[in-house]
Design a protein around this ligand. Structure first.
Ligand SMILES: [Fe+2]
Length: 157
């Protein structure tokens, strides 16, 4: 079992980097969906949701960069083409959404997908003794679980 330059198992790290790239693809599609919501939202809650969606996509963008740079830190290359993102994302593209409730419901569903993937990654990283990725996933999961609670409360669930 070979070790890489930061002392992690080479094979396990390659698997981890691949999962991180899959996660990155989901984030990129989710990010673009939320930008679409920010732009296209209509109705009584426009001002509130327009601002809320900007706060969300700004946060997603930070995480996108952190995930990509974690892949690089592990010695691999982050996915950087939209064709790859489309191919690998489980979060589907959303087009022409102007209804706030529809957007919010989709955001809650997308977070559920991301959280599930991050939990799987947390286990994979734990097995590989990759504390850096464990810590990153752990932060994302706890933050986003709280976000889901707030979005669901807004929706009256
Ligand atoms: Fe804007």
């Amino acid at each position: 079992m070979g070790k890489n330059f930061i002392g992690l198992d080479t094979e396990k790290t390659a698997k981890l980097a691949d999962s991180l790239n899959e996660l990155l693809s989901n984030y990129q599609i989710f990010y673009m969906n939320v930008r679409g919501y920010h732009w296209n939202i209509k109705g009584d809650n426009f001002f509130e949701l327009h601002v809320k969606f900007e706060e969300l996509y700004d946060d997603l963008l930070l995480k996108i960069d952190e995930i990509a740079e974690r892949v690089l830190t592990l010695g691999h290359r982050p996915a950087h083409a939209y064709s790859t993102y489309i191919e690998r994302s489980e979060v589907p593209e959303r087009k022409d959404v102007s209804d706030g409730k529809d957007a919010m419901e989709n955001i809650v569903d997308s977070f559920a997908k991301l959280i599930g993937k991050q939990r799987a990654l947390l286990n994979l990283a734990g097995e590989a003794e990759d504390e850096g990725t464990v810590a990153l996933m752990s932060d994302y999961i706890s933050q986003q679980e709280k976000t889901v609670w707030m979005y669901r409360s807004y929706l009256g669930h």
